[in-house]
Design a protein around this ligand. Structure first.
Ligand SMILES: Nc1ncnc2c1ncn2[C@@H]1O[C@H](COP(=O)(O)OP(=O)(O)OP(=O)(O)O)[C@@H](O)[C@H]1O
Ligand SMILES: [Mg+2]
Length: 468
């Protein structure tokens, strides 16, 4: 069923045109790509670096919270580029070009107000207090053996895993709200009675110590129902985090979200079968959409595999964003929407070719994917077996462009003034001997020579500088 209100506008089909030495994209108004976000469907975005994956991730977040208002969104941001969802897009040219053609789907710049920035507790010191809203931490009793195994590449049948499981059980009986230190004490006290070797205990304690150092585990933990709320986007900024922190968090979230949503669904089904209305539980979490940037860092993972496989039934959706299609088969088997941006490696192209639901000749397909420009993707609906070549719509909110280094300078008043001082000095003096540049201006002067704003010439054994 085509439910208009829950349809999100992602982009439109286009034609690539050339004028003189410029490329422009002719947007085709009656061929938009609309996705129904009320459906329980996973998505995958694959493309090489710099081709517009994170930009598209932002478009999806904007549309999910608009079109499916009962959904909570969590975005795992490995680069720290998503907090700008709270700033309106300033790229008037792109917005104008879209709005001129796509009159049925106009896009206005919007500073999203439903965004919260979270950072892992152990990394909060790397941020200014006004850069984030909430510090993320988990309780020791929320650390599952699945996450431990995944994080430290241990087998489920490893003696260390077995010891961890047994100690957890013993310590939990004494104190439900135990800490990692309680677990370590428990290992010391019970290791011998349980029949484990000292080496096993030491190796497990080393891993638990490493977790303590990450400072991710606290006595309070977080309340998932505070994090996942209808219409709210939580950006979890992992840009300053260790690989372990990111891995633990991704697994923790996937595991806890799935578990909690399964309980919600069972409660609801029980009430439905008895034709009864029930109160919303205090720890209620709504359907949730987890968007994972740089997802290739987190596969293979049993927990993510389960999330993808079982999640759809209970409203746990995922969008995985990856530079390489080298993920697990289980991911491909469960996704509905596939976006393929520019890829250049032969093996990546071969994998994608195997995944798509339509027959394509390998050679022209490879050429087409290699030729895709930034912001352009081949889109596939793997259920409906549809293929479209689309240009992603402009963002409502700002996506920081990594190349805008000049713009960055303006925000650092001190450097900007130094730059002005040097330029002013040279404007007044003209051609100046390098040794006569005042010492406080020397560093900035050297930078300006490197960037080509000032030239340095050697004449008669002396270096002279002047404005270009
Ligand atoms: N649809 C688009 N319209 C206009 N500009 C875009 C679009 N998509 C991407 N860009 C521009 O291209 C640049 C790179 O985009 P983005 O950061 O999304 O790439 P990426 O694929 O996530 O790269 P990486 O793998 O390095 O993270 C951005 O700075 C953005 O300004
Ligand atoms: Mg990116």
């Amino acid at each position: 069923m085509d439910n208009r209100a829950s349809m999100g506008i992602i982009g439109t089909e286009y034609k690539k045109n050339f004028t003189a030495n410029q490329v422009w994209y002719q947007l085709i108004p009656n061929k938009p790509l609309l996705i129904d976000f009320n459906r329980k469907e996973h998505m995958l975005i694959v493309a090489k670096s710099g081709s517009g994956k994170t930009y598209l991730m932002g478009v999806l977040a904007e549309e999910i919270t608009r079109a499916s208002q009962n959904t909570g969104v969590i975005m795992l941001d490995m680069m720290g580029v998503l907090p700008t969802l709270r700033i309106a897009n300033t790229d008037a040219g792109t917005l104008h070009a879209w709005n001129q053609k796509m009159i049925l789907h106009p896009i206005k710049p919007v500073a999203l107000t439903n965004v919260e920035i979270w950072v892992p507790k152990g990394d909060a010191k790397e941020f200014e207090p006004d850069q984030f809203d909430t510090a993320f931490s988990m309780k020791a009793n929320q650390l599952s053996y699945g996450t431990l195994c995944y994080c430290f590449k241990m087998d489920t049948l490893d003696p260390q895993t077995n010891l961890f499981r047994k100690i957890k059980r013993i310590v939990k009986k004494q104190n439900h709200d135990y800490t990692i230190s309680d677990l370590i004490d428990g290992i010391h006290e019970n290791r011998e009675d349980l029949g484990f070797k000292i080496q096993t205990a030491d190796a497990l304690i080393t891993k638990l110590d490493a977790l303590v150092e990450l400072n991710l585990i606290s006595s309070q933990g977080i309340d998932l129902s505070e994090m996942v709320q209808e219409g709210k986007i939580v950006v979890l900024d992992l840009s300053m985090s260790e690989r372990y922190t990111a891995k633990i968090i991704v697994n923790f979230l996937a595991e806890q979200l799935l578990k909690t949503r399964k309980k919600m669904k069972n409660k609801l089904l029980a009430a439905k079968s008895k034709k009864r209305l029930i109160n919303r539980p205090t720890n209620y979490i709504p359907p949730v959409h987890l968007l994972i940037d740089e997802a290739h860092n987190f596969f293979p993972s049993k927990i993510l595999k389960t999330y993808i496989k079982e999640g759809r039934n209970c409203g746990c959706k995922m969008t995985a964003i990856s530079q390489s299609p080298d993920l697990e088969r289980s991911v491909y088997a469960n996704i509905t929407h596939l976006f393929v941006g520019q890829l250049t490696f032969k093996d990546d192209l071969a994998r994608v070719l195997n995944m798509i639901p339509v027959e394509r000749e390998p050679k022209p397909f490879r050429a087409e994917v290699k030729d895709l420009d930034v912001g352009n993707f081949l889109y596939y609906d793997l259920n409906k077996k549809i293929e479209k070549k689309i240009r992603i719509r402009p963002r409502k909110s700002l996506h920081p462009a990594s190349t805008e280094m000049e713009d960055e300078r303006k925000h650092f008043i001190e450097t900007y003034q130094q730059h002005d001082n040097v330029i002013e000095f040279l404007k007044n003096k003209g051609n100046v001997l390098m040794k006569d540049i005042p010492s406080e201006m020397k560093a900035e002067c050297a930078k300006l020579i490197k960037t080509g704003k000032i030239t340095a010439k050697n004449e008669g054994g002396f270096t002279y500088v002047e404005l270009c």
